[in-house]
Design a protein around this ligand. Structure first.
Ligand SMILES: CC(C)(COP(=O)(O)OP(=O)(O)OC[C@H]1O[C@@H](n2cnc3c(N)ncnc32)[C@H](O)[C@@H]1OP(=O)(O)O)[C@@H](O)C(=O)NCCC(=O)NCCS
Length: 149
């Protein structure tokens, strides 16, 4: 069974998470700043991936999404993403946003669409990911988290 649970810096696998981000060139500089929530996703007892989010009212920035290297390409990325999005929705978010330089086609399959940065809310545009950590060439994408009618 798939489950998501909080991930904290004191956890024994926190270094695995940070190492996986660093190996992909994803931002690690701001992980311990306030407002970041990270999630460990397990399939049965085994961690398969991690992700995080920052909530700004009804908007959430999805970030730091990784499937453990040996487990990629078998459909787990979709499940890890959906698990992290469920946590963000549970924290009150109604719309998810993300920045990516390499995985836009992956997120498109999960219902995300590209959007101009100018059309994003100020809260998202002023996150460190959007303002300084991710290159301006990174695509901004968004998706509703509201339950389908
Ligand atoms: C991106 C990532 C989370 C996807 O996880 P995954 O377990 O490999 O993904 P899945 O097996 O669920 O892939 C689903 C589909 O998306 C495709 N896909 C996966 N990664 C992709 C990428 N970077 N670009 C384009 N398509 C991708 C897969 O080929 C698969 O297609 P298929 O359904 O036709 O077979 C994983 O590759 C990863 O951890 N990458 C390094 C970190 C990263 O780039 N994170 C995103 C930063 S915003």
């Amino acid at each position: 069974m798939l489950s998501g649970e909080p991930l904290h810096p004191a956890d024994s696998d926190y270094g695995v998470f940070v190492g996986a981000l660093a190996a992909e060139g994803l931002p690690t500089d701001d992980l311990t700043e306030p407002g970041r929530i990270f999630v460990r996703v397990r399939l049965d007892d085994r961690p398969i991936g991690y992700g995080g989010y920052e909530v700004f009212g009804e908007d959430a920035l999805l970030r730091s999404l990784v499937v453990l290297p040996g487990l990629r390409g078998r459909g787990l990325g979709r499940q890890v993403t959906e698990a992290v999005l469920r946590e963000a929705a549970g924290a009150g978010a109604r719309r998810a946003w993300l920045l990516t330089t390499t995985a836009a086609p992956f997120f498109e399959r999960l219902g995300f669409v590209g959007i101009a940065r100018a059309d994003a809310p100020e809260s998202i545009r002023s996150t460190r990911q959007a303002a300084s950590l991710c290159p301006s060439s990174a695509a901004l994408m968004t998706r509703s988290l509201a339950p389908k009618a």
